[in-house]
Design a binder for this molecule. Structure first.
Ligand code: S3P
Length: 165
C-alpha cells in the first residue's frame, strides 16, 4: 500500500486544509503525520520539542512517516520538516508528491507569532527566511508537482493540485 498523493511544504501553507479537500475530491482518506505523532505520543509537538529537543522529534517523525507510507493509500500530509531526513526523502521516490509552496511574506502573514509551532517562536520573518533557504531545494528535489499557494484560496489550491497530478 502507498499513498495516492503525498503533500509536502512549509508549516502553515495549508497542507491539512488542502489535503482534506483533495481527499474528498479523490474519494480517499486523509492522514497527517503530525496527528499520528500527537496521538501516539499523547503530547503536543511543542511539548516533544521542549521535552526532548528537535533531533529526538525528527527521529519520531521519521518513523511516523515511514509507517504512514506503508499503511495509508489516500492523501498523506507530512510535517514541514519531514523532508530534512535523507531516508524520508528516499522513501518518497516514485510517489506523486505535491509541494505546496509560498513565499516568505505570505508565510509571515499566515502564521504570525504562532508559539504552537516551536520553530517560529522568535523573530518569525528571519526564521522563515532561513527555513525557506534551507529547505526549498529539498522540497523541489522530491516533488513531482509544485503548486504555489500565494494569494489563492484552499479550494483554488486544491484545483491546481488536481490539475497537476
Ligand atoms: C515543523 C512543522 C510542523 C511540525 C513541527 C516542525 C517544521 O508541521 O512537524 O512543528 O520543522 O517545519 P506542519 O508543517 O504540519 O505545521
Amino acid at each position: 500500500m502507498s499513498p495516492r498523493v503525498v503533500l509536502v511544504g512549509p508549516m502553515g501553507v495549508g497542507k491539512s486544509t488542502v489535503g482534506q479537500l483533495l481527499a474528498e475530491r479523490l474519494g480517499v482518506g486523509y492522514r497527517d503525520t503530525d496527528d499520528d505523532i500527537v496521538a501516539a505520543q499523547d503530547r503536543t509537538i511543542a511539548e516533544i520539542f521542549v521535552d526532548e529537543g528537535e533531533s529526538a522529534f525528527r527521529a519520531i517523525e521519521k518513523a511516523a512517516v515511514l509507517r504512514a507510507l506503508t499503511e495509508h493509500d489516500g492523501v498523506l500530509a507530512l510535517g514541514g520538516g519531514a523532508i530534512l531526513d535523507d531516508d524520508t526523502r528516499a522513501s518518497l521516490a516514485g510517489l506523486p508528491v505535491v509541494y505546496l509552496s509560498m513565499d516568505v511574506e505570505e508565510a509571515v502573514k499566515r502564521t504570525g507569532l504562532n508559539t504552537a509551532r516551536p520553530l517560529l517562536a522568535v523573530n518569525p520573518r528571519k526564521q522563515w527566511r532561513e527555513l525557506m533557504e534551507a529547505r526549498r531545494h529539498l522540497y523541489e528535489q522530491i516533488a513531482t508537482a509544485v503548486v504555489a499557494t500565494d494569494g489563492r484560496t484552499p479550494e483554488e489550491v486544491t484545483e491546481a493540485a488536481l490539475d497537476a497530478l
